[in-house]
Design a protein around this ligand. Structure first.
Ligand code: ZN
Length: 293
């Protein structure tokens, strides 16, 4: 039985050493190895191969072997690797992101499933550029990213872990990324009284989560739950930070901000901006405890 040893710390492996090792493995197997076979028999990891040669076939070429023509990459393994990268990035990877971070290349997966979007769908990952995302969801997501960053998001921010949808999706819907930001600002600046706003939004907002926010409101009284617009304006006024402890998600990603009624809604406090403040979950919990005293 083969001795159990760690693969060498091969971050600085030379091209020549890797080529030699591929030739050694081929000699031992008596045939051109697949990447999978090389990975279990060779000294170097698949990520080293990718870093030095780009692809396994390029490495084989340098070692003097014909390429593995077929998708010898095990689709199951590559699929698992896509899921791993999705977890690592916090969102389903684009094929470019996968090529950058993954052990394999996106190409055999795209060939196997038909396209990268079909690959993501087959793996149960949502497709980032789906066209049927409601405008409300796009606005809602932009609001979340803005709060999280504490500032206007850039195109690149939308590819990061804070966002569920890529900037490209916004550009597609609103013409340009700038157009999306302008639509967002227009939405936030729309001058409506809270009561009218409640009614108007129940009619036009398709997202059940948002409709829920506006149900069960007595006539003439603002909603108990704060709608997206008010939430954003209050947080913006409070500089996207907790008004008690000053912490913010921009500086500490573990911080979650919430909107708090200064005079509790149950005690007649309303949902106007004057009665609302931004608290982190910790401070908000502390405040609720005091309410019970
Ligand atoms: Zn706080």
């Amino acid at each position: 039985m083969a001795e159990f040893i760690l693969k060498p710390d091969n971050r600085n492996a030379s091209e020549a050493a890797v080529i030699q090792d591929i030739q050694d493995v081929a000699g031992r197997l008596g045939r051109t190895p697949t990447l999978r076979e090389y990975s279990s028999n060779g000294r170097y990891s698949a990520s080293v191969i990718r870093r030095i040669f780009g692809t396994w076939n390029a490495a084989l070429g340098k070692a003097g072997f014909a390429p593995n023509v077929e998708a010898r990459v095990d689709i199951d393994r590559a699929s698992e690797d896509v899921l791993r990268i999705a977890k690592e990035l916090g969102h389903p990877p684009t094929h470019r992101e996968y090529d950058e971070h993954g052990v394999y290349s996106s190409k055999p997966l795209r060939n196997h499933f038909g396209s990268w979007n079909k690959t993501l769908m087959a793996l149960g990952l949502s497709v980032r550029f789906e066209s049927n995302i409601s405008t409300e969801r796009l606005i809602e997501n932009l609001e979340e990213v803005w709060v999280r960053l504490g500032r206007q998001p850039s195109w690149a921010d939308m590819s990061g872990p804070a966002s569920k949808f890529a900037a490209r999706t916004y550009a597609h819907r609103f013409g340009t990324w700038r157009g999306a930001l302008e639509a967002f600002v227009d939405f936030m600046n729309a001058d409506e009284s809270p009561v009218n706003e409640t009614r108007a939004q129940s009619d036009e907002v398709a997202d059940p989560k948002l409709i829920e926010l506006h149900q069960g409101v007595a006539p003439g009284r603002t909603a108990r739950n704060v709608n997206l617009r008010t939430r954003f304006l209050v947080m913006r006024r409070d500089h996207f930070s907790c008004v008690i402890c000053g912490r913010s998600p921009a500086k500490d990603p573990t911080v979650e901000l919430q909107i708090d009624h200064i005079i509790a809604w149950s005690k007649g406090g309303d949902g106007t901006m004057d009665n609302l403040q931004t608290l982190c979950t910790d401070c908000n919990l502390g405040k609720s405890d005091l309410d019970f005293l």
